[in-house]
Design a binder for this molecule. Structure first.
Ligand code: SAM
Length: 289
């Protein structure tokens, strides 16, 4: 099998198959071997791994993962890529191709048989138009994920890795860091893709926490984070009033009891403080959904 990551190879495949790039599917194919290697190395794929790949394109990542011995489940939405992928995967019985929408496919159904058998991972050069919902779908699927390696827009990767106190720090940062530890592996210039996107990209690796920070109710935790960051320029106290359950005085007393100043902004709170806040609210209200 030829390597699939050169621009000339992609052009050849496209010309031979009458394929048209579809902007609506975020189709920017990787053509930089160095970046490809960085993704594969960050994934640490081996014979003991099963890797879910979202959006295989012409199969560039899947084939490299399979060459390392990993079992790969590749989910592709574009029906015109399916015959191309079937051909490119011919030599790799360890790649299973799924034609479908990665937002709808049941990851648990596919991967549950591997629990306790293989290390369960994700590797993807994501379609950027659905980056955030896909990240949440993966994180919220109850599977023992070991690591998630994703190419995404640089700006989103920076938001996920942000530290408290800055403009990049927000609900996405807190939510992802609750599940795992993100590391920015490398920035990726737009020339690493064909066709080139308008934005710069980055590869992010998330190692999932084996022990999450303790929150009494996960749903409430996410609701509080979302509410706290709702209007970034407002104080924490004023945003939390929008929970609609406690008045100003009650909220002030609650915040005082856990040593958090209500005049702070959500962006200054650490994940531990959000957990403290969740547990204090839960003690009074339970899960008030
Ligand atoms: N992995 C390839 C690569 O690195 O060259 C292609 C990456 S390209 C940025 C995104 C891929 O995701 C495209 O193949 C596109 O058709 C596919 N895609 C877009 N939306 C999808 C969805 N909802 N479910 C599954 N695949 C999707």
């Amino acid at each position: 099998m030829d390597n699939l990551y050169s621009a000339s190879k992609i052009k050849e495949i496209i010309n031979n198959n009458g394929f048209n790039f579809k902007k609506k599917f975020g189709q920017n194919f990787l053509i930089d071997k160095n970046i490809l290697d960085k993704i594969i190395n960050a994934t640490e794929a081996d014979g003991d791994s099963v890797v879910l790949e979202i959006g295989p394109g012409i199969g560039t990542l899947a084939v490299e993962l399979a060459k390392r011995g990993a079992t790969v489940y590749a989910i592709e939405i574009d029906s015109t890529l399916i015959p191309i992928l079937e051909k490119n995967f011919e030599l790799y019985p360890n790649i299973k191709l799924i034609h479908g929408d990665a937002l709808k496919v049941d990851y648990k159904e596919i991967l549950a048989p591997y629990i306790g058998e293989k290390k369960i991972k994700v590797a993807a050069n994501l379609p950027y138009y659905i980056t955030t919902p896909l990240i949440f779908k993966i994180l919220e699927t109850d599977l023992p994920w070991e690591s998630i390696t994703l190419m995404m827009q640089l700006e989103v990767a920076q938001r996920i890795c942000a530290k408290p106190g800055g403009k990049d720090y927000g609900s996405l940062t807190v939510a992802v860091n609750y599940y795992g530890k993100p590391t920015l592996i490398t920035k990726v210039p737009s020339q690493a893709f064909f066709p080139s996107p308008k934005v710069d990209s980055a590869v992010l690796n998330i190692k999932l926490n084996t022990e999450k920070i303790f929150v009494k109710d996960q749903q409430l935790f996410f609701k509080i984070i979302k509410t706290a960051f709702n209007q970034r320029r407002k104080t924490l106290l004023n945003n939390l009033l929008n929970l609609g359950k406690l008045n100003k005085e009650e909220l002030n007393n609650l915040l005082k009891s856990i040593n958090i100043d209500g005049s702070r902004r959500a962006e200054s709170l650490t994940i531990e403080e959000f957990a403290l806040l969740t547990n204090a609210i839960y003690n009074i209200l339970g899960n008030f959904e």
